[in-house]
Design a protein around this ligand. Structure first.
Ligand code: NAD
Length: 321
């Protein structure tokens, strides 16, 4: 049987068609452990070979290292620019947050230089819950619209953890101003709350990217990095689920990828990758689920293990007491 091609999915009203598996480049900033330049380039090359056309980064990841590594990878592989989609972000930096019009306007030029590109397809305000949402609406997004007119970016996005930030902003900007939202850790086996927002986003014609299908490492055999913000209860439940899968000869990461990919309203499932092996495994998870569907038996068992922590999240952003 021929292996199906990685599916392309339309992103809201943008006309962009994203590969269902997107390449999250935060690991290229050595955020999940050191990554060599040759491994970074090889991962990007393998991604293209297997049909991935969407790459996401930020100046924040590894203090600009992720953007530089991705830029080197894209250049080394040499695919024509109109055949792939790059998103990066603004407003969050190693030094802190700054969503002012002045800073984000400067930010795009810095990112383009590091990425060695003339434009990015999607430019996103990064983790807006750490800023003033009214500033995002009244100052940051208008500044991004000017960058759109200047041809430095094609589409505008917002990202963050709490789901209510998206409705707050989208309710206050003219229709068609924000093209995309990037949500993370809310469409994984342990937390599927993004689902509730889907009808609203669809109605607005806003494209949906869902990141961190492996819950930033919780749904991996290796477990999460030191800095992971989940409670010890959530970490331990995920560890138990991973061990259960392993014992059964299954892989929790594959199961988690397939869970996220099954929701077709998500245009791209953005998974962080730093090796050829991970690229191969994650694309194989997608092609396999397209052919055979989900492993419902193991999924139900894992869902039962994770039931006590289902939809448990963690605080993010400015905390109001
Ligand atoms: P993730 O859930 O994708 O997990 C990444 C971790 O899983 C890394 O350690 C990676 O090496 C590992 N991994 C990947 N494939 C694997 C496999 N097949 N088997 C075992 N381990 C595997 O979390 P993430 O990287 O944080 O999220 C994905 C991407 O989404 C990021 O790189 C970033 O581009 C984006 N993102 C954006 C935001 C935001 O804008 N606020 C937040 C989170 C993520």
């Amino acid at each position: 049987m021929a292996v199906p091609k990685l599916e392309l999915r339309l992103l809201g009203n943008t006309g962009l068609k994203l590969s269902s598996v997107g390449f999250g480049a935060s690991p290229l900033g050595s955020v999940f452990g050191p990554v060599s330049e040759s491994d970074a380039v090889a991962s990007v090359r393998e991604a293209f070979r297997l049909g991935i056309n969407f790459f996401d980064t930020s100046p924040y990841y590894g203090g600009t290292l992720s953007e530089k590594m991705l830029g080197k990878g894209l250049k080394a592989v040499g695919v024509p620019r109109n055949e792939y989609i790059v998103s990066t972000k603004c407003g969050r930096y190693r030094e802190g947050f700054d969503f002012s019009a002045e800073r984000v306007t400067k930010s795009i030029d810095e990112s383009l230089e590091r990425l060695q590109l003339d434009y990015v397809d999607i430019f996103q305000c990064h983790d807006i819950e750490f800023g003033s949402l009214d500033q995002i609406v009244n100052e940051t997004i208008p500044a991004l619209q000017k960058l759109k007119e200047a041809g430095k970016i094609r589409f505008i996005g917002i990202t963050g953890l709490p789901l209510e930030i998206f409705t707050y902003v989208l309710d206050r900007v003219p229709p068609g101003t924000v093209d995309v939202i990037l949500s993370y850790c809310h469409y994984s086996i342990n937390d599927s709350t993004l689902e509730d927002l889907m009808p609203y986003l669809k109605n607005k014609g806003v494209g949906v990217i869902s990141a961190s299908p492996l819950a930033m490492g919780l749904l991996t055999e290796l477990g999460p990095p030191e800095w992971h913000p989940a409670s010890s209860e959530l970490k331990s439940a995920c560890q138990t689920a991973a061990a259960y899968c392993k014992e059964k000869g299954k892989n929790i990461s594959k199961l988690a990828m397939q869970y996220s990919l099954s929701n077709k309203d998500i245009s791209s499932v953005l998974v962080g990758m730093n090796s050829v092996k991970q690229v191969v495994e994650n694309v194989a998870a997608a092609t396999e689920v397209a052919l055979f569907g989900k492993d419902q038996e193991t999924l139900s068992e894992v869902e039962a293990i994770l039931k006590p922590v289902k939809n448990q999240t963690w605080p993010s952003g400015i905390q109001h007491s």
